[in-house]
Write a protein that binds this ligand. Structure first.
Ligand code: MG
Length: 292
């Protein structure tokens, strides 16, 4: 099942994608949650209500709605660096024995087809196509063998990065968290439709040119490894998003470096999960403001 967050007629809510249509499940049941995190918190009860609502939900053409990030403001947006064997080989790094974890701030989250800003303060914007997963069950200290049980579904992520700021600060949270730099979606493909998250082809294109072309089979730390490890430290909660690292082919890896420019279109696609596509624009003047 493909679960989406969408806006239509000024209201944002969740729906189910069926080819070129979206089933507006909250239209038939006023008690049905309109927020993905609230829906996920309901667990099996929510899924049952969803199946019931789906039987009679009105369908709208997908072209008439605006898709948002499936979880617009997760409690946590966790990430891992240097997690693909082919990428590690490419840059001549040693295979890490412990994953290089960090977080993106949830304020950087952006819709699957929305513009991303080339920052005013730096021209070193880079793409990182990645598999992301959405947590469906509250958990801590999850054993690896059970880790995939807590996954609600999978998404396509672009972990956009301002490379210059990575070199200017000793940590990557802010360089990875500029406004608009966390687009994901286009919907969440539920875990029951993804039998093995470690066999998915991942591709990133810039203006149609393939820059990244790999498979989640290359991951050093699997989705299950990452859930097991991260949950040793923090309670994972419904709606939390973990993005799992990027394959080789980022702009930083070219000589000369190929950073994103205004006008570029970046597309990340993962087999079975769909694609996201974001146009790069110069950061608009309207981003400078101070509320009254
Ligand atoms: Mg990344």
């Amino acid at each position: 099942m493909k679960l989406a967050t969408f806006t239509e007629g000024g209201r944002t809510r969740i729906g189910v994608i069926e080819d070129a249509r979206i089933a507006d499940v909250s239209a038939v049941d006023p008690m049905f949650p309109t927020d993905m995190t609230a829906f996920l918190k309901l667990g099996a009860v929510g899924r049952k209500a969803l199946d019931k609502a789906l039987a009679t939900a009105p369908r709208r053409p997908l072209s008439e709605v605006r898709l948002e990030a499936p979880v617009p403001r997760p409690g946590k947006f966790l990430a891992v660096g240097l997690n693909y064997a082919d990428h590690i080989k490419e840059i001549g790094a040693k295979t890490p024995t412990f994953p290089s974890t960090f977080a993106k701030m949830s304020s950087c989250i952006n819709g699957p087809y929305d513009p991303v800003h080339r920052p005013r303060v730096s021209d070193s914007l880079d793409y990182e196509g990645e598999l992301g997963l959405v947590i469906g069950r509250r958990c801590r200290h999850v054993p690896k063998q059970r880790a995939l049980e807590v996954v609600a579904g999978y998404v396509v992520v672009n972990d956009l990065t301002v490379r210059e700021w990575v070199t200017l600060t000793p940590q990557v949270v802010i360089p990875k968290s500029f406004d608009t730099h966390g687009p994901f979606g286009p919907w969440m493909t539920t875990a029951d439709a993804v039998p093995d998250p470690q066999t998915l082809a991942v591709r990133t294109m810039v203006n149609g040119e393939v820059r990244q072309n790999s498979s989640t089979a290359e991951m050093t730390f699997t989705c299950a490894d990452l859930i097991a490890l991260l949950s040793q430290a923090v309670t994972l909660e419904p709606g939390d998003v973990i993005t799992t690292g990027t394959p080789p082919g980022v702009g930083e890896g070219f000589t000369p470096k190929r950073y994103l420019q205004p006008g570029d279109v970046v597309r990340v696609e993962i087999d079975g999960l769909g694609h996201i596509e974001n146009r790069v624009i110069a950061e608009p003047n309207g981003t400078a403001f101070i509320d009254a």
